[in-house]
Design a protein around this ligand. Structure first.
Ligand code: 26Y
Length: 789
């Protein structure tokens, strides 16, 4: 390893050890690791090819992969070897690992899920390919200026992205616009615009390198680099128009996880990567198979939400227009290949494209959608429409074109059946299935929490790394004082690590003995960070009013970004920062309460925060969080959850035991009922003197004396249309927090509850989730030769 690092330093980077920067060392280490990855990757790729067995194609607009050096080293079992080699070269492995930018090609849960799935697919040796977009700029970087979020462009590709291999030989023409002619019994699409999709491959190596898959991300290139005639005329802008048009397509990730943007560019992005992926998988199929009618026996295409839902019409278009298949047969074949995962019930997040826009960008696809619609209406006259009030409804399209549709937690799947797709479910009663989300324990415990990982492995062996159910053997240890002490010792190490980080980056001193209470996720009204900050204020007021009570010291930690155009979410961010400033400066509570909101929450930050958490905030309005996956990461790392009966919280509580979960709040049904009661928010506020006091303080400008009216709008919203029922759940939330305070005063008891959480998380491995998809939706199996290894 040492020799390899030095060799790469010299011949890959043109440097000698004496003059190398951290960047140079990281690149050399990465190349040394990459060589080893390739040695696992190529045989896997060859085996998948010669086997000609069915493959999974996971189409996702987002892959939130984060840093890779440590992940790759860990999966290859080379962390210690790398550390030792670097030490001999007087280099610190930990420093080098931290130099890597965080690849944020996603917004939140959906993108991170895709990354966990890639890890599990490789570890389970299921031949698979992830397809997405190689965004030049990932999710924006967040900064706070006077407490307000400002967005800066993210620039991960300014440095060499060492993990990818460019594949200039893998290119496809992607066409847009123009018109369609019908003659010779065929459709002829004459596009108005064409760009080239070119592939970049990143190997994804599973545990111990026994199998490797590929993450293939597409970049756009112009068909014509520049127009020399325009250039020679002196019209330089016109000369490079085609180039800038192409580059725009993969320029940025849409920084929005809630609302349909209605932007033509987003539609083009969706079609761009979907069309490239479908062409690519058909080409791969045809190198090994003669009859296109066998495609569904070789390709399982999973749509990660509706973003790639154009895959249905695109596949049909290729089958009909290029391969001469009859329309009805093409629709059936496409459906056998496709599965669709729904991630949200929020109506504003369901994609709908104006028909005129859709038809302008994809004229041939609009014709095909009309045919799909006609055929479906013929068979099911009472079916909901894909083409509805001048819109193309991508949810309905995805549903109708998929043989299976899945929700991402038990509760969410039931709600999908009862709400968004109730009518389609009646027509196709076996189509909807549940696949509760999961997380990879390799990144979210083994790598990010070495202290706990070591303790677990010392206690039960390392089988849990590929078989998370084995953690249940820790349950017997909940009465073992020495183990409990060791368990909390690991937590303590992580809390100290976080405290040092917060002190260094934010200048706030934390007490590692305090309860670390963490809410990290996108900022959204339904996730109710607002309720958390209101509770923080109430606690602070109580602490000031009764300084001699036996308070449990708390650190309230927030992390998360708001969509740039989401005004209310940005106000909530500002309020948290204003409240933090006042509370952190209060001498009366300085040993009891701190509020910390580090900017630019991302995967890398999560890897530090989650292992250090005592309490996990999962407090969404019931019925709104499809699943959540952060909830699983916290419980796996021994945090207790304070949460509502929402998403996967419900199943987590079943697994860890009701007594090890702080439950509060209205149920999904009660939420729906409560909204029908006129004036429910005012009534809830009227019934809660504590909440009145908190709202009065904010209203009077206690947290922004220079601008006392700053939060009048936000408070008014709570009184008049508190859609997410912050006011209704506030009192029970506050009381449940005090129960958590009480429990934290009994460390041995707390330790037993915490370790029972860890011990009960086997079900929430993404390995289990992927096995479910493989069996219920994809009908694929692990590669046999490798599975035996
Ligand atoms: C239409 C477009 C702007 C859009 C872009 C991103 C719409 C939605 C999204 C992302 C949604 C998302 O991340 N959903 C989350 O998916 C997780 C994985 O299933 C769930 O755990 C989580 O509850 C859900 O909010």
């Amino acid at each position: 390893m040492k020799d390899d690092i030095l060799r790469h330093l010299r011949y890959g980077l043109g440097k000698d050890a004496a003059h190398s920067s951290v960047y140079d060392w990281r690149m050399a280490l990465s190349r040394a690791l990459r060589d080893r990855m390739v040695d696992h990757w190529i045989p896997s790729t060859q085996a998948a090819y010669t086997d000609n067995s069915k493959r999974v194609y996971y189409l996702s607009m987002e892959f939130l992969i984060g840093r890779l050096v440590e992940d790759m080293a860990s999966n290859l079992g080379l962390v210690e070897e790398a550390r030792a080699a670097l030490a001999e070269l007087d280099q610190d492995y930990d420093v080098i690992v931290k130099d890597e930018p965080d690849a944020a090609l996603g917004n939140g849960g959906l993108g991170r899920l895709a990354a966990c799935f890639m890890d599990s697919l490789a570890t389970l040796a299921i031949p698979a390919m992830g397809y997405g977009i190689r965004y030049e700029h990932g999710l924006f970087e967040q900064d706070f200026v006077e407490g307000q979020q400002v967005e800066r462009p993210e620039t991960w590709l300014q440095q060499d992205h060492i993990w990818e291999f460019e594949r200039p030989e893998v290119q496809y023409m992607i066409r847009f616009g123009g018109h369609v002619e019908h003659h010779d019994g065929r459709a002829h699409w004459h596009p108005g615009e064409t760009v080239i999709a070119t592939a970049f491959d990143t190997p994804v190596i599973g545990w111990k390198g026994r199998w490797g898959n590929t993450l293939r991300l597409w970049a756009a290139l112009p068909v014509k680099v520049f127009d020399l005639a325009s250039f020679n005329r002196g019209d330089y802008l016109a000369a490079s128009r085609s180039e800038s048009l192409a580059r725009t397509i993969c320029r940025v990730l849409y920084p929005d996880d809630t609302t349909e943007t209605g932007k033509e560019l987003r539609l083009k992005q969706e079609y761009f990567f979907t069309a490239a992926s479908i062409q690519d998988l058909i080409r791969r199929f045809l190198t090994n198979n003669a009859d296109i009618r066998d495609l569904a026996d070789h390709a399982a295409i999973q749509l990660n939400d509706t973003h790639p839902a154009i895959a249905g019409p695109e596949l049909i278009r290729l089958l009909v227009d290029d391969h001469g298949m009859a329309m009805a047969e093409a629709v059936t074949l496409a459906r056998r290949c496709l599965g669709y995962t729904n991630h949200t019930l929020l109506p504003e997040a369901l994609e709908r494209w104006p028909e005129w826009l859709f038809g302008r960008v994809l004229p041939r696809h609009l014709e095909i959608v009309r045919e799909i619609e006609a055929e479906h209406q013929r068979r099911f006259p009472d079916s909901p429409k894909i083409l509805d009030s001048g819109n193309v409804c991508m949810g309905e399209l995805a549903f109708i074109m998929a043989h299976k549709v899945n929700g991402v937690s038990a509760l969410h799947t039931e709600l999908v059946k009862k709400t968004v797709f109730a009518d389609l479910h009646r027509i196709h009663p076996t189509r909807i299935v549940n696949e509760t989300n999961g997380i990879t324990q390799r990144r979210w415990l083994h790598t990010c929490n070495p202290a706990l990982s070591r303790l677990i492995t010392d206690t039960i062996g390392d089988g849990w790394i590929t078989d998370l159910d084995q953690l249940s053997r820790l349950r017997a240890k909940s009465g073992d004082p020495a183990f409990k002490e060791a368990f909390m010792g690991a937590k303590r190490v992580n809390k100290e690590r976080l405290s040092n980080w917060v002190n260094a980056h934010m200048g706030i001193a934390l007490d590692p003995d305090a309860m670390f209470d963490v809410q990290i996720k996108r900022i959204h009204e339904y996730k109710r960070q607002l309720m958390n900050v209101l509770e923080t204020i109430a606690l602070w007021m109580d602490m000031r009013a009764h300084p001699n009570l036996d308070w449990t010291p708390r650190v309230k930690i927030f992390g998360g970004k708001a969509a740039p155009g989401y005004h209310t979410a940005k106000e909530i961010i500002r309020l948290i920062n204003d409240v933090a400033e006042v509370i952190n400066a209060d001498p009366a509570t300085k040993d009891l309460l701190k509020v910390v909101y580090p900017p630019n929450y991302n995967v890398t930050m999560a890897e530090v925060l989650i292992p250090a958490a005592d309490l996990s905030e999962q407090i969404s309005t019931a019925g709104k969080e499809a699943s959540g996956t952060g909830n699983m990461k916290f419980a796996l790392n021994g945090a207790l959850t304070i949460g509502t009966l929402d998403g996967a919280n419900v199943e987590i509580r079943e697994h860890v035991g009701y007594e090890n979960f702080f439950l509060f709040g209205l149920t999904a049904e009660q939420v729906v009922e409560r909204r029908k009661t006129p004036g429910y928010a005012r009534a809830a506020i009227g019934a809660s003197p504590r909440l009145q006091e908190v709202l009065r303080l904010i209203f009077e400008g206690r947290f922004c004396p220079q601008d006392p009216g700053r939060y009048h709008g936000l408070i008014g919203m709570l009184y008049d249309h508190d859609y997410f029922l912050v006011t209704c759940d506030f009192d029970t939330y506050f009381d449940t927090q005090r129960r958590a305070d009480e429990a934290f005063k009994h460390p041995r008891n707390w330790a037993a509850m915490a370790l029972t959480n860890t011990a009960s998380m086997g079900f929430f491995s993404s390995d289990r989730t992927i096995r479910g998809y493989a069996e219920d939706i994809w009908q694929v199996s692990s590669h046999p030769g490798v599975a035996e290894a």
